[in-house]
Design a protein around this ligand. Structure first.
Ligand code: CDT
Length: 303
């Protein structure tokens, strides 16, 4: 039986500090309804989709950052997203800031199936930026201050007839992320991102931000034979420009669909999980061609 399905990247324009969660969720429900009406089975929202990208400010943690974290999922404000998913019969990926009952803080994504049940969770492992405020920067990137490194590894979930893995933003730049998911036979990798157009430590690379996004996604897809749905929060958010470029990538590394704006926009394509075999039975047949004995340094501390 065919496992083909239509998937959607729900790119979002800015969610400013002054934007309420209810407004953000209402925009997300609109995107979800539109995607479902166009036949989508699964929709992918950005990293930290419910709020502004608050690590760009030096705030007292958790006193001032607390308002950006979710202590329950779904909260009453986020519940309409689950209700819309259930009534539309569409699954979703959502990135948000998670505060646990024990007072731990993670940059998290969840996978919700087409009946509205949470079936998977990922906590971001590659936290970029810095742990202390750096006043010389035009904006901060304090993920290392506000979040703990994820403690769930790189799980792959079998749901909606597909093996689905997740990651978040900076994770996509690391080949280890993709290989961990590939080794666990993921067929579809979902990810959300917030990528500033300006990178203060190396501004000479600013013009490469879209290229490096596509390069990472296409290489990760091809080298592991997986489909990818990658979704940006884009545009000028609280004065900081975020790249767009949300896309769906095939296991061959080809871009199947791509955003053309910096606002709320659906990027959709039909995917066939069975096509992963085109790569995995051939050039990247891991069982036949990988040489793990030669890769031992990969699990040691570097450089
Ligand atoms: N959110 C996130 O991980 N953003 C980073 C920005 C560059 S590192 C400061 C990214 O890899 O896109």
């Amino acid at each position: 039986m065919s496992r083909k399905k239509i998937v959607a990247a729900a790119q979002m324009g800015p969610v400013n500090r002054a934007t309420s969660r209810a407004e953000a969720v209402s925009r997300m429900c609109d995107l979800m309804r539109q995607a479902a009406s166009r036949g989508a089975a699964l929709i992918v929202f950005p990293e930290l989709a419910l709020t502004t990208f608050f690590p760009r400010w030096a705030l007292k943690h958790p006193e001032e950052t607390g308002r950006y974290f979710e202590t329950e999922m779904p909260s009453p404000e986020v519940a309409p997203l689950f209700a819309t998913a259930r009534s539309s019969g569409i699954g979703f990926y959502l990135g948000y800031a998670e505060a646990t009952p024990e007072g731990r803080y993670f940059n998290t994504s969840i996978l919700v199936d087409d009946t509205g049940d949470i079936v998977g969770k990922y906590r971001k492992i590659h936290l970029p930026g810095h742990a202390e405020p750096e006043p010389w920067r035009p904006f901060q990137h304090l993920e290392k201050a506000y979040f703990e490194k994820g403690d769930l590894g790189f799980p792959v979930y079998e749901t909606m007839e597909t093996r689905i893995g997740m990651c978040l933003c900076n994770d996509r730049r690391w080949p280890e992320t993709w290989r961990m998911l590939g080794l666990d036979r993921a067929e579809l990798v979902l990810l959300g991102y917030n990528t500033p157009a300006h990178y203060p430590p190396a501004p000479e690379h600013d013009h490469l931000q879209y290229f490096h996004n596509a390069l990472s996604l296409q290489a990760g897809a091809y080298q592991n034979g997986v489909w990818v749905v990658a979704t940006a929060k884009a545009g000028r958010e609280d004065g900081c420009d975020l790249i767009g470029g949300s896309m769906i990538v095939a296991p061959t590394g080809e871009i199947a669909a791509q955003a053309t704006t910096l606002g709320d926009e659906l990027v959709m394509a039909e995917i066939d999980p069975d096509r992963c075999g085109e790569i995995r039975r051939n050039i990247f047949d891991f069982a036949k061609h990988r040489q793990p004995d030669e890769y031992k340094r990969l699990s040691e501390a570097g450089p």
